[in-house]
Design a protein around this ligand. Sequence first.
Ligand code: OSB
Ligand code: MG
Length: 370
Amino acid sequence: MKIKQVILRHLKLDLLEPFTTSFGTEYNRDFILVEAISDDGISGWAESVAMLDPLYNEETLKTNWHILEDYLIPIILKNEIKHPDEISEKYFTHIRGNYMAKAALEGAVWDLYAKKQGASLSNVLGGTKKKIEVGVSIGIKDSIDSTLDIIEARLGEGYKRFKLKIKPGWDVELIDKVRKVYPEIPLMADANSAYTLKDIDRLSALDDFNLMMIEQPLAYNDIIDHADLQSRLKTPICLDESIHSLEDARKAIKLGSCKIINIKIGRVGGLTESKKIHDLCLEHGIPLWCGGMLESGIGRAHNIAITSLPNFTLPGDTAASSLYWAEDITDPEVTVENGMISVPELPGIGYEPSMEKIKKYTIHSQTYHL
Ligand code: OSB
Ligand code: MG
């Protein structure tokens, strides 16, 4: 496979509602859309999940653009790629970090590869599920009552798991009230690294609510204190921010830092690395689910494909486009029926990028060729 051209586009979509986590509030989503075009004129698509500001992790839209333009795209244009696994295993190995930038370009080549095989992305990744279960991530709100209203609406829409964003002061009372109204729902909390071991009393209090898991309570780069915390809690800890690679996952499992892992394709540097983490976790009895980064339909399509692998046994954050955007940039948009998404069977990602909508939301674009 020869890639003759890569187009980067900076898109900006307005969120229908602000999305607040312990690290900040997002009002819109700026992201890089990557289009990789083969010498026979087929396009593969993916997006970078890096945000404008380095709040979730250290990458940003600008650092991703720089790494893509100056390092990754030239490598992809220069080399004949037989299989997308070669990208992370051979071509990007000497470039440290910059996982989201790598994943964005690798993902576009995966889509292109699948299209050339006439197979769905799920299929070429080894996916087995035809339908996947979907949960929803609920941001920090101004009152517990408005959180309860949102849960009620999402329950009615059939979502299979409810994740509440927490931070110190928006945690024990919130979960307690939600549990009193909904004693049985699959409920979890995501702290995005808002606590330290000094908060052990607060974190222990969360242990009494039969939560499915607590996601990333401690520092974004920690697996040591998480192991300590996990030994003191019966609620499973799920790691998000701390896991960037197969090696990170291996070490976290060995230390007992978590009992569940959230895979984000961007955070771990791509689909090939995601598959490897999947296989390791399957071997060790660590269940997985696919996280979300407020992606457009293009990024969500990749998430849906990886979620079709067998060890994604817990509902993921691939909620419907209509919860986030007035309009999404794919045809069809991502829709959820009774808390389920049917994995597309069309070649590639299976959601067609709408050139008209992409043009409408593009702020800046740049084309690269040899
Ligand atoms: O920690 O899972 C997270 C969104 C942006 C940054 C970090 C996170 C999130 C979410 C996912 O919770 C929301 C979604 O994409 O539906
Ligand atoms: Mg998270």
